[in-house]
Structure formats: C-alpha cells, structure tokens
Design a protein around this ligand. Structure first.
Ligand SMILES: [Zn+2]
Length: 272
C-alpha cells in the first residue's frame, strides 16, 4: 500500500576487523577507579567495521565504520600495528575503492588515519565533532594528543571537495543503518545502529570501549564530558532495546565472543 512505512529496514551483516593492539593499564583506561590496582595491565584492540546488506554483490551498498591508523602513526604512538585497516577490509573481500559511505565515529587518531583508499566515499561526520577539532581548544595539550592534525586537515579538504555527509544528531544514512550523536568521550562522537537478522546491533565505537564500561557503569579514561559519557551508556541501551545488542569498540573479547570469518582467524569476526 503506498505511503505505509514498513517496520523492517534492509537487513545487514556486521563484521569487525582487527588491525592493531595495545596493552595499557587500568589507571590509564578507566576513569577515576579509586582503589583499583592502577598498574594492572589491560589489553585493548583496534577495529574497523563493515556493514553489508544481506545478499549484496557490490560494496557500493556497504557501509564502512571508521578507518583506523597506519603503521607510521602506530610506531610513533607505540601501538602494535598488525595490518593496514583498509587491507584488513580487503582481506574480508571488500572492494575498498568502491565503498561509497564511511562513517567516522569521531576524529581521534585511531579512527580516521586510513581514508585515502576510499576513493569514492563520502565521510559521515557530526557537525560538532568537526567544529571542535577545528576550533579554539583543539591544540591544547590534552586534546592535541588525541588527534593527528594531518588527518583533521584531510577532512577539511574532503569537505571542500563535497565529500562530507554532515549530520547533526541522529540520521538514517542507508535503509536499516542509522547514526546517533552520543558525545561524552568526544564532543561529536556518534554510534551506529544496524538492522540485522539477529535484531538491532549497536556499534558503540568509543561510547563503550569495553563490555565492562557498561556492565560496571565505569567510564573510560579519556573523557570530554563525564555526565555525557554516562548519558551515552544509557543511550546505547536505549538504541539496542531489549532484543538488540551493544558491541563495544575496543574490547579484545570481541575476537573470542564472535565467530571468526573462515580463513581470517584473529583478523575478522562476524557479529551478526
Ligand atoms: Zn576515541
């Protein structure tokens, strides 16, 4: 019947690709955490994400979420780099040069460092994230440490080339795929919700680095707005609803909890 909205969007498959890792400490990764052993080691993984419509035969319909960082930045920042993020996606069979939509959760160095191979893509970005990183406080010590200026400049150029898909708040960017402004960890951090056969999957990205952030109501150590970070926890649960799942952005347990893609053990898992 014309004019009647369907409740189902297009269903998608969701994959995580691991490209780097780091061992930090509890004191480094968890906010406050008074009384905790601050020097206890905590492992953190770095991922990029693929969202692909079920049955799709072209990556023109795929959505990539985040773009990681390259080997030079990893060496400078003392992270163990395992593979180039775009190579990890290629290993999964993604025709990277044909992807049209790349969601950038926020502009921290570990999320936007390998944009070049996405020759045809537009970058989905929250207005207030870009406003912050091109504004007054971006260069101050504690903020400056979180970004690579060349990456931010690259997105300024992409904007002049008409390649930024601006969002302010929540938006459906493809049938069954939506982005949601959550903030907290960075001013314009966005999460992604995907319709899948297993129910809604919410990619928390840096709104929850680990499952324990949500389970223990314990914010991550890098905070833009603490109350906003707690609000983001609530929003993630709201977005997933009782039938969905929230997937944290940096938890090494991801590689154990989900099934490895055949031939890509330790590289890619299928979430839904
Ligand atoms: Zn971050």
């Amino acid at each position: 019947m014309p004019g009647v909205a369907t409740v189902e969007g297009v269903l998608h498959e969701v994959y995580a690709c691991k490209f780097a890792e780091h061992t930090g400490t509890r004191g480094h990764y968890f906010y406050g955490s008074a009384g905790d052993p601050h020097d206890a080691p905590v492992d953190l993984d770095f991922f990029v994400w693929l969202i692909r419509p079920v049955g799709s035969t072209t990556d023109a319909d795929s959505v990539v979420v985040d773009a990681g960082f390259c080997a030079e930045v990893a060496a400078r920042r003392n992270r163990r780099h395992l593979r180039r993020p775009s190579d990890a996606l290629a290993a999964l069979g993604v025709d990277v040069a044909n992807v049209r939509t790349v969601v950038l959760s926020h502009l921290h160095y570990d999320h936007i460092g390998d944009l070049e191979p996405f020759e045809l893509a537009r970058f989905v970005l929250q207005e207030r994230e870009m406003a912050f990183w091109t504004g007054r406080f971006a260069g101050r010590r504690e903020y400056r440490a979180l970004v690579e200026p060349d990456d931010v400049a690259g997105l300024v150029h992409a904007n002049f080339a008409g390649r930024v898909h601006w969002v302010d708040g929540d938006a459906e960017i493809a049938p069954g795929v939506s982005v949601h402004l959550v903030g907290g960890h960075s001013p314009g951090l966005q999460a992604v919700r995907v319709a899948t056969a297993a129910g809604p999957v919410v990619l928390a990205l840096d709104a929850a680095h680990f499952w324990s952030n949500l389970e223990a109501d314990l914010p991550f150590g890098i905070v833009h707005d603490l109350a906003g970070m707690y609000a983001a926890f609530d929003r993630l649960r709201e977005l997933s609803g009782p039938d969905g799942m929230v997937v944290p952005g940096h938890d090494p347990a991801l590689m154990r909890r989900y099934l490895a893609v055949e031939g890509l053990n330790g590289v890619a898992v299928r979430i839904a």
